[in-house]
Design a binder for this molecule. Structure first.
Ligand code: ZN
Length: 110
């Protein structure tokens, strides 16, 4: 494989998605579809666990994800004075801060 082909091979592996075996690719550049063996749902993420039929290696993928209802529940718990009336603007601001916490100032000391 020349340099350009190698780049395309790596790009294809990365674009294929999350279920190609990272170990086979790292060891000898083989692209092998792994099988999902577990899926864990958390309030703010899903973690997928895979097993490779070729090398037996296991690996996991972490996917950020939460729903608006979950954010609304958090807002309602912390600010009951809103009486459940959460504007789209507030919900959007909170979601933005969840996604990009480094944009926040100092953390609360609690
Ligand atoms: Zn493998």
């Amino acid at each position: 494989m020349n340099k350009k082909q190698t780049k395309q091979h790596i790009k294809a592996h990365l674009e294929e998605g999350i279920d190609e075996c990272r170990w086979c690719f790292a060891v000898d550049s083989k692209r092998v579809k792994a099988k999902e063996i577990a899926r864990y749902h958390f309030p703010d993420a899903t973690v997928l666990k895979y097993s490779c039929p070729r090398c037996g290696g296991e690996f996991s993928q972490y996917i950020n994800g939460w729903c608006g209802d979950y954010i609304s529940e958090r807002i309602n718990k912390l600010h009951p004075e809103l009486g459940g009336h959460i504007s789209d603007k507030l919900s959007g601001e909170v979601n933005h801060r969840v996604l990009f916490p480094w944009n926040l100032g100092d953390y609360l000391d609690c």
